[in-house]
Design a binder for this molecule. Structure first.
Ligand code: PRX
Length: 656
């Protein structure tokens, strides 16, 4: 693990208080209100969450115990019966929201669709019946490998309705990556589409599913349900493959939501870690429902009149929590967009904002940096006056990008809500409450009420203000991951053992370095483990290394992050070759393509450097710190005395 360092750009002193106009209408109206909520939650977390669960959600049956904490395993609302699809749909139907837009979809090229709560409820119920007809039962797992179309959300909600767990796999992942996930989750059904539109081209999703299932690749999968989206003509295997529209046509829209135990599995979402294959992060029903509901309500100040747009893909946690579950549980209007900004259409996001009068907009710093490059004439040429709040997530936002977002997109009137959280946390953890918290460019500000976060050293001792350390959470929260699917030991090792319990208190280790300033504001500095963040996507360096060494030419590979102006980081791979292979430009391209095939385009190395040997310690460990220095073109810093063969370093400096 590397030590976090404090960078000079974090000496940021600017502060932006909420406007009076915003605060007056907000759910949480002042810093005093925030402090009061925070203090209440700290004094009695169980009462705090239980009161909210009672007020904000529908329960078929109330819980017997608010929290059961057998470290590091937490249960929330034990004995309670709930269904998140009921909370996202049914309960709104008896109110004026019945005919309110639940989901607005803007597709590419130029298609669009709006589903009211009543319509969404109908389609979800039909699909829930289709799933049952295909043999899916409560407790089964369903793989979802979809483009950004309403059917992705419908499939997720249909799973939740009948108590099947979904595992959504981002459509940019390769057939190999899909196969690994379907096997690990032992999925019974896969929901996909013939294809999806991505930057003016078709992504052949069904073809990828076919590859992953070929040769009995994922033996538990019995059926494949296919949405017709791009109509390019695909193979359908009789008996296994079914068209969504065919089965929907004959399906009843009557499918009452199954009362689920609060701790029943809701979904598994795979994410990269330090070692081995991606791990299946497990989220359960009741706590996750409450946590995504409350965080969206208070941190994004969602109101009934808002059109809310989160630009993430449903394949990531941001899409789960803040395109689907959080917004619909609140009865909000959530917008889903299939497109992505690109050279041929640099203003497409701003067209969507203008077309639908988007009020709340949530994106990632990498996108903001790409917009800066494309030029402010694109947003300036559109009417963005409907916007009232801007959110950011996925990586630390550099103050320049923050200021640009504030000025050019937010017209200097919109609060910027920088949300720090993870796949594992379920929802926002450190975030401003926009009517209450003065913001500072580059800081996610303060913890959400009920979250006790701190910055500590490796022994668990809090570090002094403005000192770098490790970000930890000191008390369980309802949205936290419950375990790693099928691997509780990995759960324990990854999150609870890097830093030992302190005075009997377990500390959740987030894997991020941070510092806290004199106002209690958190400044997250990025990962301290072997995880890199490429354009807001989390990648394990080991995963990319395994992909590389599975190529016959590669003897050894070491992957590090290299700073990139737009993506934050990009993959830089150091590779030694097997004796019979020699370095060439062609081989570089071949290796890049190999990684795409093994993992997906998001992992394509930006740079491959061939080297005769790796810098290693005498005990044979690759000194990644040196490679990181080399990749970023910096002088090799720190101690190199443990290096086994110093001439390796000189050769690497020469590069190839
Ligand atoms: O390093 C942190 C970074 O993204 C990691 C979590 O990645 P993932 O599980 O894919 O979830 C991304 C979306 C929630 C974190 O460990 N990260 C996320 N948000 C921020 C951030 N780093 C700094 N500031 C943020 N706002």
């Amino acid at each position: 693990m590397s030590e976090p360092t404090i960078e000079s750009i974090l000496q940021e002193k600017r502060s932006f208080p909420p406007s009076l106009e915003f605060s007056q209408k907000a759910h949480v109206k002042s810093l005093e209100d925030y402090q009061q909520l925070y203090d209440q939650a700290q004094a009695n977390p169980q009462k705090f969450w239980a009161d909210l669960a009672q007020q904000e959600l529908h329960w078929f049956q109330k819980w017997d115990q608010v929290m059961d904490w057998q470290p590091p395993f937490a249960k929330w609302f034990v004995g309670g019966k709930i269904n998140i699809s009921y909370n996202c749909l049914d309960r709104h139907l008896t109110t004026w929201r019945r005919n309110k837009a639940a989901l607005i979809w803007e597709g590419e090229p130029g298609d669009s669709r709006t589903l009211t709560y009543a319509q969404l409820h109908r389609e979800v119920s039909q699909m829930a019946n289709v799933f049952k007809q295909l043999g899916v039962q409560k407790g089964d797992r369903v793989g979802i490998y979809m483009p950004m179309i309403p059917e992705a959300a419908i499939a997720m909600l249909a799973c939740a309705r009948i108590g099947a767990a979904h595992t959504v796999v981002f459509g940019g992942f390769s057939s190999e990556a899909l196969k690994d996930r379907l096997v690990d989750a032992a999925a019974k059904l896969v929901v996909t589409a013939d294809g999806g539109w991505r930057k003016d081209a078709i992504v052949p999703l069904k073809e990828q599913v076919d590859k992953s299932l070929a040769n009995n690749g994922a033996p538990t999968v019995e059926n494949v349900l296919v949405v017709e989206r791009t109509k390019q003509g695909i193979q359908m295997e009789p008996g296994r493959d079914h068209w969504w529209h065919d089965l929907q046509a004959g399906a009843s829209a009557d499918c009452p939501a199954e009362p689920m135990d609060a701790e029943d599995l809701l979904f598994i979402l795979y994410t990269s870690g330090t070692t081995g294959k991606p791990k299946g992060v497990v989220h359960t029903t009741g706590g996750y429902n409450l946590y995504t509901h409350m965080t969206l309500k208070w941190a994004f100040d969602i109101q009934d009149t808002d059109v809310y747009w989160c630009t993430a893909d449903v394949g990531w946690i941001t899409g789960h929590s803040y395109i689907v579950y959080g917004p619909l549980s609140n009865g909000a209007t959530t917008l889903m967009y299939e497109g992505a900004p690109r050279a041929s259409n640099p203003g497409c996001f701003w067209d969507v904002v203008e077309k639908y009068g988007v009020n709340i907009f949530y994106t990632a710093p990498t996108a903001i940096r790409a917009f800066i490059k494309m030029g402010e004439e694109h947003p300036n040429a559109r009417n963005l006056s409907s916007l009232r709040l801007l959110g950011t997530v996925g990586e630390p936002i550099n103050p320049e990008a923050w200021m640009w977002y504030h000025r050019v997109i937010g017209g200097e009137r919109c609060p910027i809500v920088d949300t720090w959280w993870q796949t594992e946390t379920g929802g926002f953890m450190i975030t401003p409450l926009p009517g209450a918290t003065p913001t500072k460019p580059g800081s996610a500000t303060r913890p959400f009420p009920g979250i006790i976060a701190d910055v500590v050293d490796l022994e668990g001792n809090p570090v002094a203000d403005n000192q770098g350390g490790y970000l930890v959470v000191k008390h369980p929260w309802p949205g936290m991951l419950r375990t790693v699917y099928g691997n509780p030991e990995r759960f324990r090792r990854t999150y609870w053992e890097h830093i030992p319990p302190k005075d009997g208190q377990y500390l959740y280790f987030a894997g991020d370095g941070a510092r806290k300033d004199e106002d209690g504001y958190f400044w997250v500095m990025g990962r301290v483990d072997d995880v890199i963040n490429v354009a807001g996507h989390r990648l394990g360096t080991m995963e990319v290394e395994s992909a590389l060494v599975s190529h016959p030419a590669v003897a050894e590979a070491a992957v590090v992050g290299k700073p990139d102006e737009v993506k934050g980081e990009e993959v830089c791979a150091f590779v030694t070759l097997e004796g019979s292979y020699s370095a060439s430009e062609e081989l570089k391209q071949d290796l890049k393509q190999h990684v795409v095939k093994e993992i997906g385009a998001i992992a394509r190395p930006g740079e491959i450097r061939f080297t005769e040997a790796m810098p290693k310690t005498r005990s044979g460990k690759i000194m990644r710190r040196l490679l990181r220095n080399l990749a970023s073109g910096q002088e090799v810093a720190g101690d190199t005395s443990t290096l086994e063969d110093r001439s390796v370093l000189d050769k690497l400096r020469g590069g190839s």
